[in-house]
Design a protein. Sequence first.
Length: 341
Amino acid sequence: MHVFELTRRLIEIESITGNEEEVAVFLKDHLSRLGFDAALQEVAPRRFNVQAFSGTPSVVFTSHLDTVPPHVPFREDEQFIYGRGACDAKGLIAAQVEAAERLRGQGEKRLGLLFVVGEERDSAGALYANQHAPGSRYFIDGEPTENHLAIASKGSLRLEIKARGRSAHSAYPEQGESAVLKLLDVLDDIRRMDLPTDPILGRSTCNIGVLEAGTRPNVIADKARAEVMFRSVEPIGRLKERIEAAVRGRAEIDYRFEVPVMRMGVVEGFETTVVSYTSDVPFLDRWGMPFLLGPGSILDAHTDHERISKDELLKGVELYVRLARHLLSSLSCACGAPGGA
């Protein structure tokens, strides 16, 4: 199946996080027909990673099966493939499968493929897979890096902030205590926090993504909540200290999910970049030394016009083949290191 056709078939199967079963079964069956030793790895009821090996893997291609909502149907023109997952990350899965097929056709048997669930929410699939690592030396994670090798990625911290108050009639606000005003004061102080900048990764950022409060405009709200996400260039523990100093006990903080800053492998001859988003890389450390590479732009991901260039997709296949060859050849060197800057 050509890389474009496999991309189409994958996009046509809706796989919003939590609903990955159908695409996992399809991909497992497809890889089995290609001759890989493919299996489903149950992460939770009706949620499966797909694992496929050709011999004992030294290098593993990996990416994620799940997408963000809503599902965007497949379409294409001469230049682009469109649809949910086109660049994040079903097109990349297709490119990795094609790259593995080419390498296997040249007699290479030290390859693996791992496609996981839950990357868009909590990395549940990667965390589970990390408990069952096959002893591989390297893994190549597929995320849209515009076919540049990502040398570093920011960390992230997702949290909920809750303020409590006392309800009252809005005509007599002195009888109540507004949770909304409390929360707004806290969020204003969070927005004013002095966040650090890294010479490679750039600046830390904060997004207040969700605000919920109250029941009626004529009622003083007794509770209010916000969901906030930081993209951090410093250790997450230090960021938490900043947040707690800003909140000063005026609200409850519930830390939901965190991903550390990552520094990844570099290979001479590949164009490089840094990325502000996170990936499953930190949660697959038992699968070997990480590399992050893939066709497509993150600026197209999660949008209603998500797309991937057909030319860039084909180039991605070539780069995956070249990187895997380099890593496999390094295993025969005395040092066993991939080399590079």
